[in-house]
Ligand binder design. Sequence first.
Ligand SMILES: NC(=O)C1=CN([C@@H]2O[C@H](COP(=O)(O)OP(=O)(O)OC[C@H]3O[C@@H](n4cnc5c(N)ncnc54)[C@H](OP(=O)(O)O)[C@@H]3O)[C@@H](O)[C@H]2O)C=CC1
Ligand SMILES: O=C(O)[C@@H]1CCC=N1
Length: 277
Amino acid sequence: MTAKNPKIVFIGGAGNMAGAVIGGLLAAGYPTEKVVATGRDPLKLEAFAKRHGVVAHDDNIAAIDEADVIVLSVKPQVMRDLCMDLRPHLAGRNPLVITLAAGIPLAAYQRWLGEHLPIVRAMPNTPALVQAGVTGLYADAAVTAEHRAITERIVNAVGISLWVDQEEGIDQVIAVAGSAPAYFFQFMEAMIDASSASGFDRADAERLVLQTALGAAKLAMVSEVDVAQLKRNVMSPGGTTERAVQRFEQGGLPQLVAAAMRDCAERAAEMARELDR
Ligand SMILES: NC(=O)C1=CN([C@@H]2O[C@H](COP(=O)(O)OP(=O)(O)OC[C@H]3O[C@@H](n4cnc5c(N)ncnc54)[C@H](OP(=O)(O)O)[C@@H]3O)[C@@H](O)[C@H]2O)C=CC1
Ligand SMILES: O=C(O)[C@@H]1CCC=N1
């Protein structure tokens, strides 16, 4: 892979996750002509390609013909069939394969696609769309330093990344980052709902909640003290915040969060058992 800008083919490119990565990658200056998106729905694909200026292809096999990097971004349940379709066209070639799918172990891809291919499991999250993503990465033995470098170039264009040494680490990344934007959205949704139920204008509630979430995250990112201390800094003894935080504690919020994250990681492991066949 010697090209300055390797050709990257996103299978399922117009989907949520690949779309987010492509959007961020292009915003970081990656050349549009080196990015190909494939999909099944021609209207959706055309609209996506037009919006981003990338190349669209409704034929996966033709699309991967000159690919240096193939990013697999279809739902886990259809990954096996997709890989079986691609397999004969990857014989004697060794593009880097990056899979974004949750819950499918590398061993399954090696069986489905062939053992000769360098494969990276990447677990991104949708804030990649605004270049504030987090991606966990795990590589198989065939992945070289050059492959790692192009992988990082793709995912770091849309946020930060972390290589994990053990494949199980990817399930932890799912629980703490891949699925986690939804937890924060759920919390924000609950706050917006509660504010508007108590008579606040919904648009105003949304503006205040989102700005507060952004401000809290920004403050935590630059602060020298940890989030527990930042929380205490808001809580005046006998004041309003203390009352609200006590309610969260009494309701078991920390335990609930831990249990939800455990469920999330366990679901990833369960999916691996269902899908690794
Ligand atoms: N959403 C998220 O936050 C995250 C998702 N992931 C992973 O990313 C992957 C994709 O998820 P997500 O983006 O949410 O799902 P989407 O359904 O939004 O995207 C999947 C895309 O794959 C396309 N597709 C399906 N089958 C084929 C095929 N045979 N050939 C070409 N394209 C195909 C679909 O196109 P069409 O509509 O035309 O059928 C669709 O655009 C999953 O494996 C998921 O585990 C990982 C991290 C986070
Ligand atoms: O919910 C899912 O299965 C995918 C993987 C991580 C985020 N979304």
